[in-house]
Design a protein around this ligand. Structure first.
Ligand SMILES: *Cc1c(COP(=O)(O)O)cnc(C)c1O
Length: 371
């Protein structure tokens, strides 16, 4: 699905020397590379504060902690996402309220969001799934109306731009009160291990987050609240400092591969190619097709047989997971997710796909679908 080896080879000298420099400097924890990365990412995103942390799941957790939510408070998020988004809600004894997604964008359904809001709702976590930015114009409007906090899960969409109706352009993750991301190796901006960050323009939340990720310490050895230990490793920061200036180039390579795929499939009625909203760029973390009138699992097996990796993101909706089952849920409320789990298939997507590979993958998909 991803080709991290070839990507590394293209930047090997710089990476090797940056990693060695950290080792030789002995500044392993919160070294200058971490500060440099924090500042570069702030510049890149056009956001006031970046708080680096250990991974994208922690980024979500510390965000909810910083908002000061109380046990029993409801947090609305989506049924169709990676479990981490919802896991942290439960972990903090908050109540996850899952809603259905839009059939075109696979992102939070705005009508479903409106219906899910109760007097106990305190926050919304939209997910920019597969790199497509959620409908932030509406999410922010609803949040403002009901005085709710917004945490954007940007683990799959770093670098994407979103244009508001008034023409303002913002980077994914910088529109809500908080934005979170992951530097897991296969993400669009991936390190060589775990990493994550929270973004915010709010000085108070930023201050709170810096304490929370550091054992609730705002002064050394004074613990004002219960925090966690969540840091971005200096070695990972050094790697990310080399990769961040390449992010736009990497995302462009993904978009180019996506456009090759979509062009090859455009005349096939059984295949629906990814929707790209007019007011946002798509970061193409995943290239996900929707197939109808095709045995999706057999297609996956057929591609695997040709050594083409193809994955199902995600095979089980969160509302049906053992950990997140809830008697409040009604299957009718998850019509789209319940369909998507049988229709979606993600093709290889990374920065190193060449035409020969793309041609082989697309002709193989079409060979099966036309059978
Ligand atoms: C990857 C991912 C996360 C979690 O990131 P980790 O760094 O693996 O903890 C959270 N949300 C979404 C949507 C993701 O894709």
């Amino acid at each position: 699905m991803v080709d991290l080896g070839n990507q590394y080879q293209n930047i090997q000298e710089e990476i090797d020397s940056a990693v060695l420099n950290v080792i030789r400097s002995t500044a392993y924890i919160n070294g200058p590379e971490v500060k440099k990365f924090q500042e570069s990412l702030q510049d890149y995103l056009g956001v006031k504060h970046v708080i680096p942390c250990a991974n994208g799941t922690d980024a979500l957790q510390v965000s909810l902690m910083a908002l000061g939510l109380q046990p029993g408070d409801e947090v609305v998020s989506v049924d169709f996402t990676f479990a981490a988004t919802v896991e942290v809600i439960g972990l903090l004894n908050l109540v996850p309220v899952l809603v259905d997604v839009d059939e075109k964008t696979f992102n939070m359904d705005i009508e479903a969001l409106k219906k899910a809001i109760t007097p106990k709702t305190k926050a919304i976590i939209p997910v920019h799934l597969f790199g497509q930015v959620a409908n932030m114009e509406e999410v922010l409007k609803i949040a403002k109306e009901h005085n709710l906090a917004v945490v954007e899960d940007t683990a799959q969409a770093i670098g994407a731009d979103y244009t508001f109706a008034d023409g303002t352009v913002k980077k994914a993750g910088t529109m809500g009160d908080l934005g979170t991301t992951s530097f897991f190796p296969s993400k669009n901006l991936g390190g060589y291990g775990d990493g994550g960050a929270v973004f915010t323009n709010d000085d108070e939340l930023a201050h709170k987050l810096r304490g929370i990720v550091n054992h609730g310490m705002y002064r050394r050895y004074y613990h004002d609240e219960v925090g966690v230990n969540s840091r971005l490793d200096s070695i990972q920061a050094a790697i990310l400092n080399i990769k961040l200036p390449l992010l736009d180039k990497y995302n462009a390579a993904r978009a180019k591969a996506a456009s090759y795929y979509s062009n090859a499939f455009k005349d096939c009625k059984k295949i629906e190619t990814p929707f790209i909203a007019e007011n946002s760029t798509h970061a193409f973390h995943q290239y996900t097709l929707k197939v109808t009138g095709v045995d999706r699992n057999a297609l996956q097996a057929f591609l695997m047989g040709k050594e083409i990796p193809a994955m199902i993101y995600y095979p089980v909706p969160l509302h049906a997971q053992e950990a997140y089952k809830d008697e409040r849920y009604n299957e009718d409320d998850f019509k789209v997710t319940n369909q998507l789990i049988d229709q979606v298939i993600s093709l290889p997507m990374h920065t190193e796909l060449d035409e020969e590979q793309l041609e082989f993958i697309t002709s193989s998909v079409l060979e099966f679908v036309r059978k």
